[in-house]
Write a protein that binds this ligand. Structure first.
Ligand code: ZN
Ligand code: ZN
Length: 221
């Protein structure tokens, strides 16, 4: 017996949450097939993906970035609460797609950010997820420079072009599909830039696999 991490109901398996909490987290709002943003209409794609198709192929989102998931993420990411990390990895694992990616790659942090935080939350999620879904993980294929520009003050186009120079790899990547693990997707600028590098390195399919997606795009990422 264990307990649901949100409502403390007793559950018989090792799932992260009870059925009721899982159902409410999953919410059935339609999402863009490419970027996972919630859609107000019955379209398959959002306006942004239609006018600027992303370099990644699809996005798996385990929950909306809202209470109570945002608090779990916050406690994991900023307070280093690894127990919360295990819960989130369990939750990510419950959204495992039928056609599994061949390799997991965590969204890298810049060296400066890594030093400041002490750990990369996406790398930790990828490590825990890999143990659960038996997909190998690679931590050093995709790398990130320290970005010198303050992204927030840039316009969309400038931000995208600044982002393009942020990620790099120094080798060919010989797998067909990659699951790029991230904690929260806010704008898709980061995911687009990272996917672009992976595709150039030989990956055929990039699936963004994130714990949560913010409901509406904004300028923070
Ligand atoms: Zn519950
Ligand atoms: Zn979209």
């Amino acid at each position: 017996m264990s307990t649901c991490s949100l409502c403390l109901t007793q559950i018989s398996n090792h799932a992260a949450f009870c059925h009721r909490c899982s159902d409410s987290l999953r919410n059935t709002t339609p999402r863009c097939h490419s970027c996972g943003i919630e859609l107000a209409t019955s379209n398959t794609h959002c306006g942004e993906c239609l006018s600027h198709p992303p370099e990644f192929d699809r996005t798996l989102v385990a929950a909306r970035y809202a209470p109570p998931i945002d608090q779990l993420i916050h406690q994991f990411k900023y307070n280093g609460d690894l127990r919360k990390g295990r819960i989130l990895a369990e939750w990510l694992n419950s959204t495992l797609p039928q056609s599994k990616p061949d390799l997991l790659i965590p969204m890298p942090l810049s060296p400066a950010r890594l030093q400041e935080r002490g750990f990369n939350q996406s790398a930790e999620l990828a490590r825990l997820l890999s143990q659960r879904c038996q997909i190998p993980v690679s931590y050093d294929l995709l790398k990130r420079h320290n970005s010198e520009t303050q992204q927030i003050h840039l316009k969309r186009k400038e931000r995208l072009s600044a982002m393009r120079k942020v990620f790099y790899t120094d080798q060919q990547i010989k797998v067909r599909s990659v699951g790029l693990i991230d904690d929260v997707v806010t704008t898709t600028a980061t995911a687009r830039a990272a996917a672009r590098v992976l595709k150039k390195a030989g990956v055929k399919e990039v699936i963004i696999w994130a714990v949560a997606r913010t409901p509406r795009p904004n300028d923070k990422d």
